[in-house]
Each structure stands twice: as C-alpha cells, then as structure tokens.
Design a protein around this ligand. Structure first.
Ligand code: ZN
Length: 371
C-alpha cells in the first residue's frame, strides 16, 4: 500500500508531494527526483505530539510529514516501528499519575528541603557590603514612608543599651562578618508596635515601643540577643535568597520579571522566619545570655508579656493568629516560651521569677468596662 506524504529535502523550505511504500522488507520513496529505497531500521520516526503530523527522517537528510490516521498506523506497522517507552507510558493512566506524583514530590521536597539547604549554603558567600547597602535602602524607604521615626529614648538610655548590646556582639566571632554595619539602631514606630528586627546587612533595629513595653532592660537585651541569633545564622540573607529564587521561578514561569525588585524590599520589611530559625535564634540567645550570667528566662518573660498584650487586644483568639507586634514575625510563641523555660540553667545564675498572673485579672476588668 502506497502512502501520500509531504516531503522536505532538508536544503530548502520547498514542500513536495511524495509517496512512501513498504515492499520486500524495504521502504520505497518516490519523490521529485525519482525513486529511492532505504533499510527499514534506517528511518527515524518522531514521537507523536497530539494530533500533529508525524515526521519520518530519511537517511539522506530529507523528511516526510505524514498526517496521523489509519494509513500511517499501517505504515508504521509495516516498518516494524514500536513507540518509545515514554510514549507507551504516556498512554497509561497509572504511569501518568505516578509521574504527576513524582513531579509534585520533587517540587515539594525542593521547596521544603532543597531550597533552605541551598540558601543556607550560599548565604555566607553573599558579600556583607551588598547586604548592608540593600538593608540601608530598605531602612531609608521606611523612614521616607514615615514608618520609622526618630527615637525619643534619652541619650543615656541609648548609650547603656548600645554598650550592653556591643558586649554581646563581642562574644560571637561569627558576627565579625558584618563589620561596622552591625549596629543597634533606635527608632520609634507607632504604626509597627513593640518590635525589634535584624536586617540582612547586620543592622539591628530596636523600637521605642518595645523598650517601653518590656518589663526591664534585661528583657530588651534578651530580645536583642535573639535578633543577634538571626544575624549570626544569616537568617535574613537566607530568607532573601529563598524568596528571590521563588520569585525568579515564578517570573520565569509566569513571564513577569517586574516583580523581582519589589519582592526584595518586601522580604526585608516583612521577614517572617521559619520555626526552625526561631528555635535557632532562641538557642543562640539562651547561650549568649548564660555566658553573660544572665537568664534566658528574660526572653521567655518578654515573649509572654507580648503574647498577653496581644491576647488582651484581640480577645481570646487563636494563638496562631498573632499579628501586629514582634510576635507577628516570630511564630509558635507558646511553644517557644515552654522551650526557653525548659533549658537547664547553672545554679549560679540570677533567679528570674515568671510573670505574675496579672493578665487574667486585667482581662476581667476590661470585660467589665466593655459591659
Ligand atoms: Zn526571631
């Protein structure tokens, strides 16, 4: 049986009509230049792509396009062609489903394990100066928007906190990476609330609201020790890498590149760390505080104070629904407080009593007023 086909000679884009036929164990081709014969196994056959015509590549470089249909199926049968394993698998539901599950698993594990590992490995390679300029730009933007206002703390208070902060810094050689960019910056930010945050470039920002809110300077310093943990472990840079890669992927996939620049600023402003990173920073804070003969319970108390205030403002809502303060960027507060209280402390350490049970009474009063 002879089959009509379109033939391209591989030299020009000119299309010719030609005929293909299998006879006596050979493929006969009749085209514009006459008839040729080829060995059956010398012909390369393209994979099926939906309803598109299949391509038969002849040994001399010419190609024949054959529309799909019974005639083509018959010719392929005569050629002794067997579809590739991939094509056969594509036609089976089970295999397709398995492939889908594998792709989903690869993407999930890439996102969940691969990406954080990659970010952890590459963060130390980022030049500290670039991170510092990026962070300075973000800080300037926050100042310009009016989110960060000049601090109203007294000079003496700032001096005292700064000098104790620098004492903690001097205990960790890892922090030398940031050079002089590692500094304590004081701001007032009524729109943000009691908060402190570590920028990827090493700048640690402390808000007046947190200083006023804390029960003591020990609590403020414990929070700063936690922020130093984020700096020491390069959590900011790691978040930045992860988010940039994700948005680069999204941009490549959805074709929108304009978002990448904006995302860098967003990451810096809304750094929300993973539970693992919080645990690392808490561990770090506990170690550095104990080395200074201070108790990590100050951090537990600061956390509890923030959480109580949050609950008071929002009624007895879900604990996970924390927002508006330091807790917003620091998930799993209850778990963290319990963990900090469970750390074994040296007997010589100062004794820090837990917060008094005043929250309940206050709430009752609040409810009373509301009625
Ligand atoms: Zn944190």
């Amino acid at each position: 049986m002879s089959l009509e086909t379109f033939y391209f000679d591989g030299q020009t884009s000119q299309r010719h009509t030609a005929c293909l036929e299998v006879r006596q164990g050979k493929l006969f081709f009749r085209g514009p230049e006459g008839e040729c014969e080829y060995a059956l196994d010398a012909v390369q056959i393209s994979e099926p792509q939906g309803a598109a015509p299949r391509t038969l590549r002849l040994p001399d470089g010419g190609t024949c396009e054959v529309a799909q249909g019974e005639a083509l199926t018959a010719l392929l049968g005569e050629l002794g062609h067997r579809e590739s394993l991939t094509v056969r698998m594509q036609k089976r539901w089970g295999w397709s489903l398995l492939a889908l599950v594998l792709v989903a698993f690869t993407m999930f594990s890439g996102y969940h394990w691969g990406l954080p590992r990659f970010a952890e490995a590459t963060a130390p390679m980022l030049p500290a100066d670039s991170l510092a300029s990026l962070s300075k730009a973000a800080l300037r933007q926050m100042e310009k928007k009016g989110d960060l206002l000049p601090s109203q703390l007294s000079y003496g208070r700032k001096q005292k906190l700064s000098s104790e902060f620098m004492q903690m810094v001097s205990l960790d050689p890892e922090l030398a990476y940031y050079g002089t960019n590692l500094s304590l910056l004081f701001y007032r930010a009524p729109s943000i609330g009691p908060n402190a945050f570590a920028f990827p470039g090493g700048q640690i920002v402390l808000l007046d609201e947190l200083v006023d809110f804390a029960g003591s300077d020990e609590e403020v310093l414990a929070v700063l020790a936690h922020e130093l943990g984020h700096a020491s472990r390069r959590h900011g840079a790691r978040q930045l890498i992860q988010t940039s890669i994700l948005s680069a992927f999204a941009a490549a996939y959805f074709g929108d590149v304009s978002q990448i620049a904006a995302i860098v600023t967003t990451v810096v402003l809304n750094a929300s760390y993973s539970r693992n990173m919080e645990r690392e920073a808490d561990d770090y804070a506990a170690r550095i505080l104990i080395r200074q003969n201070k108790s990590p319970l100050h951090l537990a108390n600061a956390l509890e104070r923030l959480e109580r205030s949050f609950r008071k403002r929002n009624g007895q809502k879900d604990e996970e629904d924390e927002s508006g303060s330091w807790l917003d960027s620091h998930p799993g507060t209850r778990e963290r407080i319990a963990y900090l209280r469970s750390i074994p402390l040296p007997a010589t350490l100062e004794k820090v009593p837990p917060l008094e049970e005043e929250a309940e009474e206050d709430e009752e009063e609040d409810y009373g007023e509301a009625e």
